[in-house]
Design a protein around this ligand. Structure first.
Ligand code: PLP
Length: 411
């Protein structure tokens, strides 16, 4: 037995060790939509899940598989399915596993578009309710007889609430409920949800894993902890075809990806794959920058409030320290009423007014007017979002330059 290699080493050598042609170090970008077989029997075996292989790229191709392998090892999981975006991964996973009559309990503190698609599911007749996921007691109170899934984010965006991840995991595991954790804000470098008994892990690959703001992608990883043989919504046809461990992910790949069609393009898979090689290095730098800036903002008289789990004043600071390797690259601030929020933003020269997060560049956005605008003031208040909040996704620029830019804008 050799010792397990480190996080970055595994990513760097993942493609090469699967032996692509000519000793290539990267898995090639396979653009073929379909795959041909000399013997029809082989094609049939692939269709019937009896043999590994590819048929039609909507449900995967060798380039996306190579990325899936990397994400699986980053998450210490069993297997992964990639999608065109993080939202496609969330949508497909919920729709492929949940049926009418089932209940989903979701965190009240959710990414805006996740909250919005959950509202669409409610409008379609699914039973989804929300609970304060920073407290396992609130989650417990929200459970029903028919709860099939609990959905939380690690660090919520933009107000950085940290879910009571470990205790919720224990609760779900005891009750046999699918525990779905959106790990986008922490990424598998800072946190692996399998350690708190997550069943399924969502990542928006667009954010830290891809990391350069140049490709959209999403994924769901099965941690291997959930017993799919007891899950009543598995399609009968799959039970005869695949081993019990991969029943859940087979259903997500077939009913979610193949039928839903939110397929990751091979070019994007390649871009994300290259980006992921430096995930650990980028996040180390972003976390260091974010920590220093959070301290600076906290002590600045014109900043009313700083939301960052790394600060002792954060309500879940201790919990975050216990769960995560570092406190992440995202924070939100509220300015003193005496300064105009838009004027402050417009004075920033280096920091970009933009909506993405997890980019190499530092980005700022006024939350209530943009990404959470559609929800209206009432839902925003429910989600802990104040009207003057500015979200900052801290990048990997040289810290002095970022400090200078913020100091200048606050002057
Ligand atoms: C961005 C984001 C998503 C959606 O990902 P896309 O790739 O933009 O579709 C989902 N969850 C969280 C927490 C996010 O930040």
């Amino acid at each position: 037995m050799t010792t397990k290699r480190g996080f970055t080493t595994i990513i760097l050598h993942s493609d090469r060790l699967s032996k692509p042609e000519h000793g290539a170090l990267h898995k090639p970008i396979h653009t073929s939509v379909t795959f041909g077989y000399d013997e029809v029997e082989d094609l049939i075996e692939v269709f019937q899940n009896r043999k590994k292989g590819y048929a039609y790229s909507r449900q995967g191709n060798p380039t996306t598989t190579a990325l899936e392998t990397k994400i699986t090892s980053m998450e210490n999981g069993l297997a992964t399915v990639t999608f065109s975006t993080g939202m496609a991964a969330i949508t497909a996973t919920v729709l492929s596993l949940i049926k009418r009559g089932d209940h989903i309990l979701a965190s009240s503190f959710l990414f805006g578009n996740t909250r919005s698609i959950f509202q669409s599911f409610i409008d379609l007749g699914l039973d989804i309710t929300f609970a304060d996921a920073t407290s396992v007691d609130e989650v417990k109170k929200g459970l029903k007889e028919n709860t099939r899934m609990v959905f939380v984010e690690t660090i919520a965006n933009p107000a950085t609430q940290v879910a009571d991840l470990e205790k919720i995991g224990k609760l779900c595991s005891e009750k046999g409920i699918i525990y779905m954790v959106d790990n986008t804000m922490t990424s598998p470098y800072l946190f692996t949800p399998v350690n708190v008994k997550a069943s399924l892990v969502i990542n928006s690959l667009t954010k830290y894993i891809g990391g350069h703001g140049n490709a959209l992608g999403g994924s769901v990883t099965d941690t291997g902890l959930f017993d799919w043989t007891t899950f009543p919504n598995i399609f009968e046809g799959f039970k005869k075809q695949v081993i019990p461990e991969v029943l859940g992910l087979t259903q997500i790949r077939k009913k979610g990806l193949r039928d839903g069609g939110g397929t990751l393009a091979p070019e994007a898979a390649h871009t994300i794959s290259v980006g992921s090689e430096t995930l650990a290095l980028r996040l180390e730098r972003a976390c260091t920058n974010a920590f220093a800036l959070a301290k600076f903002f906290e002590s600045h008289p014109l900043i009313k409030k700083v939301y960052y789990p790394g600060l002792a004043s954060h309500p879940q600071h201790k919990l975050a320290g216990k769960l995560f390797l570092k406190y992440g690259g995202l924070m939100s601030i509220e300015l003193d009423e005496s300064i105009d929020c838009f004027a402050f933003l417009n004075k920033l020269k280096l920091v970009i007014k933009s909506s993405n997060l997890g980019d190499t560049r530092t980005l700022a956005i006024p939350v209530a007017h943009t990404i959470f605008n559609e929800l209206g003031p009432e839902k925003r208040a429910e989600m802990g979002i104040s009207e003057s909040m500015i979200r900052l996704s801290i990048g990997i620029e040289d810290l002095d330059d970022l400090m200078h830019d913020f100091k200048h804008a606050l002057n």
